[in-house]
Every structure is written in structure tokens, then in C-alpha cells.
Design a binder for this molecule. Structure first.
Ligand code: ADP
Length: 482
């Protein structure tokens, strides 16, 4: 089955978060499950730079009159066929794919990402006469207009199924209504039964409303987003579409995240030969100037520093953690207030706390490799990947019971230690007291070395690969096209 995957990011070429990891891993996983996947991407510089043996498939005119080159070729790093939208003045810019260097959204994001959806719909409608997808699978608000354009485009009546995956409902791509008229959608699409959202235009809503099927990245999040508390104003629509909504748990790309073969960590290790992990920890403690204590429990955070991630709770419990002999390593970037609060704590406790502000893929691997506990106290978390990376690297996840964190981590309560399901620590209430109790459980288990190592070993051996999720996506595609 031919599947066109549409996303704004793809690991390892362009990544701002978990979306890229998924977009990078899914094509190979789906191909292994019998699909033939091609990807459509905006022509950001790292993507253009990786596109090999490319040729121009088509010269198009966007609905607002812009000339567009659509290239096709091979993404060398990933080894997959790609279509790339080559419009330098839209995509070749400094900053992130979404924001300028002052962290402000690009003024024309509605056009930059409408174009992604519009081109996807053209490909679904037979633009490439050598390759006709049966399924168009788009990811997050950046690609969400795909299904709206498909609903009104010439593909109507043709069996091209559209799947839309929500990676985070909180980022919606909402724009002033005036911009709707640039996009070439019929005027009746700007209604409550369409892309209108409280008088604004919402790309996310377009995806949720027009896609044949919606998926999100964990079963628990699929339920949570149907509630007013987590529905971000779209819970009503999601409840109405409950029969077309599935939670498929993300997975780990073990070609990238395996401590046995990881070139980014100083010493490799695995569940049967864990000695390298202690050496990774000693090396990191030394490099960072932390106290060189093998038995100091080392907590790690690799995260966007945003309100979502619950890191103010970590700040609230940090003194208690240090008093009890713990150490903390943070890698993250985001809100200025959180950045400076963490930096101040590191300056005040240089032998127990290290904070690096920035984005560093290799250093993230080193933190998972060295740490004993991966902290993920998110207020909400669609799936979360770092708790799974923690499991793979023997860094037991300590998480808030929400979204995909609830689906992947089992608390080391006595009954779970006894039945062999424990793989980390889970707190129920989003409060510092609840987090503190979970940290106490972690420290208590850490002090019982044999039990700690048994739980760690089990976590490292847990199958977290993509095969299960890929089979679920393929079953869904089959269901939609028959
Ligand atoms: P989200 O997509 O909400 O940011 P996820 O847990 O799903 O959260 O995915 C985050 C991804 O980004 C992981 O691969 C994590 O390792 C990575 N990451 C987050 N912050 C950084 C950082 N500062 N440096 C390197 N990698 C990071």
C-alpha cells in the first residue's frame, strides 16, 4: 500500500521535538510492515541539503498565486523517497521552522503550512502519475489542511484515505479569519462545521473535522482530549468523532536509541552488561563538575522548558532532592523564566546541579546513558518519548500519571515489584507533595541495589520498538481503503 506521510519536521534532518522522531522512524517501520512510504516536506535548508538526485516533478501555482516548485528525490540520510516544496522565500529562513530568531511566529505561517497541505492534496489527486498514494497521513497542525483540501479538491469520490495524527492538541495553528480567504477553500468551510474556531481559523480543527480518521499518540491521551480539561476547546468535536479516533502509542527507534550501539555515549552497555552505565555516569559527573559519587542518585531532565512539562515542580522539590544526596542534570530550552530559574539553581549548587540551556542531540543521549532516573513530571503529555528513552538506557522514568506517561510507566509500588511489572515511578496529583513522595520511593528503591538493578534490567529489556505501532497503522489504513 502506498502511503504519503506529510510533516513539517523529520529526524535527523530537522527536529524541534518528538514529532520529528516519529516522522523519521515511521516510514521505515511502515515499509517493514509492507507499505511503500514517501514523505512530503517543506523545503527547509537541512531538507533541501539532503535531497539527492532530485528533479522537478511539477511547477504549481498556490491558491494565493505563488509559484511553487515541487521537487522529488531521495533523502540520502534516511534512504526514503521524498517530495519537497521548494519555495526559498517561504522556508529558507533563520530561526526554527515556526519562529524567527526573536522566537516570534513567522508572520506568514498560515501560507507556509497551508502550502504543505495543499501540495499533499495535489499529490493525493494524482499529481505524480508514477506514484499514486492510497493513504495520505498528515501530522500535527502544520499538515492539517491536507484533509480540508482533499475534501474540496478533485480527489472527491476517489479512494484516497486521509489520516491525521495529533501529536499535541495544545499547538493548534490558529490564525486571524482574514487569512482564510488566501487559502482557496470554499467560503462555507469557514463555519462551525469546518475550520472556524471561536471566530478564528484553526488548522488543527481542519484536521480533526475533515480527516477520514484521527489518531493520537497514546490511548490515554485519546481519552483525555475528549474531556473539557484536556480538549483545548476541541473536546466536543473529538467526542463527536470518537468512533474515528484511535490512540496508537509511539515507540522508540532502536537504531537511534540503543545504549549497546550508541556512538554518542562514552561507554556502551546493555541489560546483560550494564557496567558501562556506571562509567557513563562517572564520566558525566566529572565533565560537569558534579560530586564524583557513584552512589549519588543522578536525576536527568531532557525537555523543552515550557509550562506543559511541569518543571516548576522540579524546582520546588530540588532543595529536598539535594539534601537527600541527589544530583540533577538538565538539558533544555524554552521559557526564559524557567531557563534562568534552573541556571540560578545550578550556580547555587554546582556540585549537585548542572544545567545546560540549548538543544544538543548527543548530550541528550549522554544524559540518558548516565542518569539513574529520568524526570518527566508533565502537566499533560500526549505520549512522551524521553520516559521511553530512559527505560532503554536504564534510567528509570519518574512521571506524572497522564497521557502516554500513564501508558508506559508502572510505579514501583510493592505489588508491582512483586508481580514484575514495575519499571519506574508514577505520581498521581500534579503537586510538589505528590512528586516528592515519588522521589522518596525512587530513593528508597535506589538504596536497595539488587531490586533497583532488577527493575532497571526489566525496563531495558522492555520491547518498545515500532513494529507494534506500525502494525496498528497498517491495519487502520487497510480498514480505510477497503
Ligand atoms: P515534545 O515533543 O513535547 O517536546 P517528547 O518527549 O515527545 O516531547 O519528545 C522530545 C524529543 O526532543 C526527545 O527526542 C528529546 O530527547 C528531545 N529533546 C527535547 N529537548 C531537547 C534538548 N534541549 N536537546 C536535545 N534533545 C531534546
Amino acid at each position: 500500500m502506498k502511503v504519503l506521510q506529510v510533516s513539517a519536521e523529520i529526524f535527523p534532518l530537522l527536529k524541534t521535538g518528538g514529532l520529528a522522531d516519529i516522522a523519521g522512524a515511521l516510514p521505515a517501520a511502515l515499509n517493514a510492515a509492507g507499505c511503500e512510504v514517501r514523505v512530503l516536506l517543506p523545503g527547509f535548508a537541512p531538507i533541501m541539503g539532503d535531497l539527492q538526485s532530485d528533479s522537478v516533478l511539477a511547477e504549481l501555482t498556490a491558491p494565493w498565486g505563488e509559484r511553487v516548485l515541487l521537487r522529488q528525490g531521495l533523502l540520502r540520510t534516511l534512504g526514503i523517497r521524498a517530495y519537497v516544496i521548494d519555495v526559498p522565500h517561504l522556508y529558507a529562513r533563520p530561526g526554527t521552522p515556526y519562529e524567527d530568531e526573536q522566537r516570534q511566529p513567522h508572520h506568514d505561517n498560515h501560507l507556509r503550512f497551508a502550502l504543505l497541505g495543499w501540495v499533499a492534496a495535489q499529490l493525493a489527486c494524482g499529481l505524480d502519475d508514477q506514484w499514486q498514494p492510497a493513504v495520505v497521513h498528515s501530522h500535527d497542525w502544520h499538515a492539517a489542511l491536507t484533509s480540508a483540501y482533499l475534501a474540496f479538491g478533485p480527489a472527491r469520490g476517489r479512494r484516497v484515505a486521509s489520516v491525521y495524527t495529533v501529536h499535541n492538541l495544545a499547538y493548534q495553528g490558529v490564525f486571524a479569519p482574514i487569512h482564510f480567504y488566501d487559502l482557496g477553500l470554499p467560503s462555507h468551510a469557514f463555519s462551525v462545521n469546518g475550520v472556524e474556531f471561536h471566530g478564528q481559523m484553526s488548522f488543527m480543527k481542519a484536521g480533526l473535522y475533515y480527516a477520514d480518521h484521527i489518531t493520537t499518540v497514546s490511548p490515554t491521551y485519546a481519552h483525555e482530549i475528549q474531556t473539557p480539561a484536556q480538549g483545548c476547546g476541541l473536546d466536543g468535536l473529538l467526542r463527536a468523532r470518537a468512533n474515528d479516533l484511535t490512540g496508537i502509542l509511539n515507540a522508540v527507534d532502536t537504531t537511534v536509541w540503543s545504549p549497546a550501539i550508541d556512538a554518542a555515549i562514552p561507554h556502551t552497555f546493555d541489560a546483560n552488561n550494564p557496567a558501562g552505565k556506571a562509567r557513563c555516569k562517572a564520566a558525566l559527573q566529572q565533565t560537569l563538575g558534579l560530586a564524583q559519587q557513584a552512589d549519588a542518585p543522578l536525576f536527568g531532565v531532557v525537555s523543552r522548558l515550557t509550562e506543559q512539562k511541569g518543571l516548576h515542580l522540579v524546582l520546588a522539590v530540588l532543595d529536598a532532592l539535594i539534601e537527600r544526596g541527589g544530583q540533577l542534570v538538565v538539558l533544555g530550552t524554552g521559557d526564559a523564566a524557567l531557563e534562568s530559574a534552573f541556571k540560578a539553581r545550578a550556580a547555587a549548587n554546582p556540585h549537585a546541579v548542572s544545567v545546560r540551556i540549548g538543544y544538543d542531540e548527543g548530550y541528550a543521549h549522554q544524559i540518558f546513558g548516565a542518569s539513574d532516573v529520568t524526570l518527566v513530571p508533565s502537566r499533560f503529555e500526549p505520549c512522551g518519548l524521553t520516559q521511553m528513552y530512559g527505560l532503554k538506557y536504564g534510567s528509570l522514568p519518574l512521571v506524572h500519571r497522564v497521557g502516554g506517561l500513564a501508558d508506559t510507566v508502572v510505579d514501583s509500588a510493592l505489588e508491582h515489584l512483586a508481580d514484575g511489572t514495575a519499571n519506574g515511578f508514577v505520581f498521581n496529583d500534579f503537586t510538589m507533595q505528590s512528586l516528592e513522595r515519588a522521589i522518596s520511593r525512587a530513593l528508597a528503591l535506589y538504596a536497595r541495589t539488587d531490586e533497583w538493578q532488577a527493575v532497571r534490567r526489566r525496563g531495558m529489556l522492555q520491547p518498545l520498538g515500532w513494529d507494534k505501532a506500525a502494525a496498528q497503522y497498517v491495519a487502520l489504513y487497510r480498514h480505510l481503503v477497503t
